[in-house]
Design a protein around this ligand. Sequence first.
Ligand SMILES: CC(C)(COP(=O)(O)OP(=O)(O)OC[C@H]1O[C@@H](n2cnc3c(N)ncnc32)[C@H](O)[C@@H]1OP(=O)(O)O)[C@@H](O)C(=O)NCCC(=O)NCCS
Length: 385
Amino acid sequence: MSDKAAPTVAQKGLQNIVVGQSKLSLVNGTEGKLIYAGYKIEDLAEHATFEEVIFLLWNLRLPHKDELETLRRQLAVQMHLSPELISIMKRLPVKATPMAVLRTVVSALSLWDPDADVNTPDENKRKARQLTAKVPTIVAAWERIRNGKAPIDPNPDLTLAANFLYMLKGEMPNEKEVAVMDAYLVLLSEHGMNASTFSARVTTSTLSDMYSAITTAIGTLKGAAHGGANEEAMRMFFEIGSANKVEKWFEDNVKTGKKRVMGMGHRVYKALDPRAAVLNKKAKEMAEATGNMQWYDLASKLEQTARADEDFIKKNLYANVDYYSAIALYTIGIPMDQFTPLFAIARIPGWSAHVIEQWADNRLIRPDVDYVGPMDLPWVPIEKR
Ligand SMILES: CC(C)(COP(=O)(O)OP(=O)(O)OC[C@H]1O[C@@H](n2cnc3c(N)ncnc32)[C@H](O)[C@@H]1OP(=O)(O)O)[C@@H](O)C(=O)NCCC(=O)NCCS
């Protein structure tokens, strides 16, 4: 008799399975609440900069003024990319998708780090800073390279949010754009045991390095059921075209089961995603500021149509973080296929904090599977099959 306990059949998709403990965030899907290390997401989105939240995630407390300035400077000096890395990026096919490029370049970064495989807490913190600082530069540089333009060096006096917009567009962003970008980065920086964070922790649990864990996470984020949904949401808004076409599109596509409303529904939230509520406000403010209400009005109408539908009510399907972030990002001029890389920029601090937390109390993550295939088949020589 085996001494192994009989496997229990897990919920498909590991729904409701608790895989460990974390001090980083609480996601309460029933009440639609999100808390980072004790602080409500609404307060952080309203008052904190991205750098303040990064400090919070890495230290589990808010920074004092001097600590915040030290972190800002540490990140600013790390933002530049080496000529070797830029030259690799210039040789990538211009049609490569930004997420595939990001996955490749983040992986390549490790090749120039002599301590890539040193996994002490200090080394992991250094790598977390380096990745948090360089990923915005990589994303912005790729946008320019693929459009035949020279990458722009980061400005060490700017914050991460402002720097990203500056390097992307080649001009100083205005205050409103930076505020929206900061709020977006704050809202997306951490989110419990989501798929990409879980994959980063699985990679770490094998004693692999920070770069491998973050590369894994980027690959997981890329999927349309996860980070890829913001781009898909914007494509869906384009496909619909205008608010007066929403109802017909919903009947023809969603009610017939042909399509899902991208940016709605969530594995954990069975109430409104609190991030969606903040981003709805930000998207509206940006739309009003730019005088282009077309996409906001359309999204708003589609949300109302979906929320009035009996299936959406019964299944508790609400707008998630990707729904209004698509509108907010599009309005500040972010190309659609850069939405998910932007999500990655926001999530690096959260992923790296989870990697560090995993190292602090690690055990190999290795679940079981319920084998349901045939047994005891007789061996048949190849010529007789
Ligand atoms: C996020 C998501 C993958 C969660 O999936 P999940 O918890 O595994 O839920 P399921 O895919 O099992 O869906 C449950 C039910 O709701 C329906 N549903 C879920 N999301 C839906 C959506 N966006 N539009 C229409 N129906 C949806 C499914 O069709 C399914 O219906 P059924 O029970 O009649 O078959 C899912 O809601 C989705 O695909 N949303 C769109 C993509 C998205 O926005 N992703 C970003 C998440 S932050």
